[in-house]
Design a protein around this ligand. Structure first.
Ligand code: SAH
Length: 519
């Protein structure tokens, strides 16, 4: 997609939205709603990608972060891009890490928009400083210790920006200083503060990746802080905080690192099925990267439905082998004017607990479910349940499902109507994500169906896919998925015992514990 399509009569609005400091849960409700209703989103590395990944499929996405190159000219180019997009009549969310008006050049973007006559709105976000406070238990103000807070940038001054008066700040007592982008020049800053009269022994801390599973705190008295940061290899994003309030952390800290802390985890599930697993991974401190390798598109096959309608009311089986199958079946059923009563006489089979759970959401309980979630096991269990002779059955499926089930049941005397309700196709990855995954393979790659593996291989190419997988820990939801992975030469390191998302996350957590425990 290009940004310079046709100009429209109607002009859109730019929403400068604060995404919060990293955890997607910290965006405001207003910001989230705009992401769901906008036409385009322009984002960079500081905003949680999960927020972008969860936008509806029609939303155009433009990455303008560091990997887009040409960093120095970027600001102007980003503003121009925003104007181009609104002139096409699109409502555009410019998603920014933290708050758009705190060290985020939101003011410069707004100035450009104003000059171009483009309407805009600004939606605040949780800034890194308050996320640091909440994540560490360091109050920014405190009636005993701090009567004021000061936010400063530690970024090297350019000719266009004002210098920070460190020596003067050093003379202020009884408050809290928060320094954004300060780690790179920390020793110079600390030197200036101490030269200006700051107490070298005052409490200070550097907080990395605040309010995420990868939060890390380096604590030291002011004069020791730069050395500690080097020793502990502190990386961006990190915030420096100085003041007596830092001591309160001992009593008030509450966040503990999860088992998956700091792990980058590729989630290959289709977009609409990804948020649940991302939440579960975040809960354990992991950093999910939702890059669906497949897309699920609803399919309405009229002749399939006509056949199926003829057996409504009979005592038959209806068989579901995926969550997507359940969702799209009911969409189709409701669209055709039926409701759940159409299935009144049916017995229901589900391939596994995930599919059974989805059925429960529609008010249907699975009567039959195999121990091992494969189509072959399901088919054999159905045959063992007996009484198939002369019966009809409905197999709800996607376009790629194999027909083992249909064949096995037919051999046992049943007549099976296949009902294709969705189609799977390979998803597109934005070029910079392709680069990210190729250049720095994630710690974990999760596959939750054979088709997610196939999608991964077709997006990346077989050789590179095998290579990337060899440099990551590959996690599979169950034996069918593992089989597909191994057919491409992708070695599966962890297979879930229970073939559900919970089972998959649990298997990862156990694996991390078992591999990090001293022998
Ligand atoms: N607009 C953002 C700030 C962008 S400047 C905001 O309001 O938070 C980038 C700096 O923000 C980083 O160098 C770091 O100092 C700080 N920062 C952003 N996210 C952070 C996080 N999760 N933990 C610690 N510091 C963070």
């Amino acid at each position: 997609m290009t940004t310079d399509g046709e100009m429209s009569e109607k002009i859109g609005t730019v929403y400068l939205v604060g995404a919060g400091p990293g955890d997607p849960g910290l965006i405001t409700l207003r910001g989230y709603e705009l992401l769901q209703s906008c036409d385009a989103v322009v984002y960079d590395d500081l905003a949680a990608y999960e927020l972008v990944a969860a936008t509806p499929p029609h939303v155009e996405r433009y990455y303008v972060g560091k990997r887009a190159g040409k960093h120095s000219r970027l600001q102007n180019e980003t503003s121009k891009m925003l104007v181009m997009l609104v002139k096409r009549g699109l409502n555009v969310v410019r998603l920014k890490g933290g708050d758009p008006l705190v060290f985020a050049r939101g003011g410069e973007e707004a100035t450009y928009l104003k000059q171009a006559g483009v309407p805009y709105e600004i939606i605040p976000g949780v800034t890194a400083m308050t996320a640091v406070a909440a994540g560490t238990g360091i109050p920014l103000t405190d009636r005993r210790e701090s009567a004021w807070v000061l936010m400063a940038t530690g970024h090297e001054a350019t000719s266009a920006s004002l210098p920070v008066p460190w020596e003067e700040i050093a003379r202020l007592k009884g408050g809290t200083v928060a320094i954004y982008m300060g780690v790179g020049r920390l020793s110079v800053i600390v030197e200036k503060l101490i030269a200006g009269g700051a107490d070298p022994d005052i409490s200070a801390a550097v907080v990395v990746n605040a309010y995420t599973g990868a939060q890390r705190i380096v604590r030291a008295n002011l004069h020791k802080l730069p050395e500690q940061c080097i020793e502990q290899k502190v990386e961006s994003p990190a915030l420096v905080i100085i003041g007596n309030v830092v001591d309160l952390m001992e009593k008030l800290s509450w966040m503990t690192a999860g088992t998956l802390a700091g792990k980058r985890i590729l989630v290959t599930r289709p977009r609409e099925e990804a948020s649940e697993i991302c939440r579960k991974l975040r809960f354990h401190g992991g950093e999910p990267i939702p890059l669906p390798t497949i897309e699920i598109i609803p399919e309405v096959n009229r002749s399939d439905w006509e056949q199926v309608e003829r057996i409504f009311g009979e005592k038959s089986w209806i068989i579901f082998t995926s969550k997507s199958g359940v969702t799209h079946f009911f969409d189709g059923l409701f669209m055709r004017g039926y409701d759940i009563r159409a299935l009144g006489e049916f017995k229901v089979a589900a391939i596994g607990p995930g599919t059974a759970d989805r059925l429960m959401q529609f008010g249907l309980k699975a009567d039959l479910m195999p121990e091992i979630s494969t189509v072959a096991e399901l088919a054999s269990k159905m045959v063992k349940a007996g009484d198939l002779i002369g019966k009809s059955g409905i197999r709800v499926r996607g376009n790629l499902s194999d027909d083992i089930l249909e064949k096995t049941m037919e051999n046992a005397g049943a007549r099976v109507c296949p009902l294709t309700v969705y189609r799977t196709r390979t998803a597109d990855w934005e070029p910079h994500w392709l680069k990210v995954v190729k250049e720095s393979p994630p710690d974990y790659i999760t596959f939750t169906s054979g088709s997610t593996v196939e999608g991964f291989v077709s997006i990346i190419g077989k050789e590179a896919a095998v290579d990337i997988a060899a440099n990551s820990t590959v996690v599979s939801i169950g034996p069918s998925t593992t089989e597909v992975a191994e057919s491409f030469g992708i070695k599966v390191d962890v297979e879930a015992v229970e073939h559900t998302l919970d089972g998959l996350v649990e298997a990862m957590v156990k694996y991390v514990i078992s591999t990090t425990q001293p022998a």
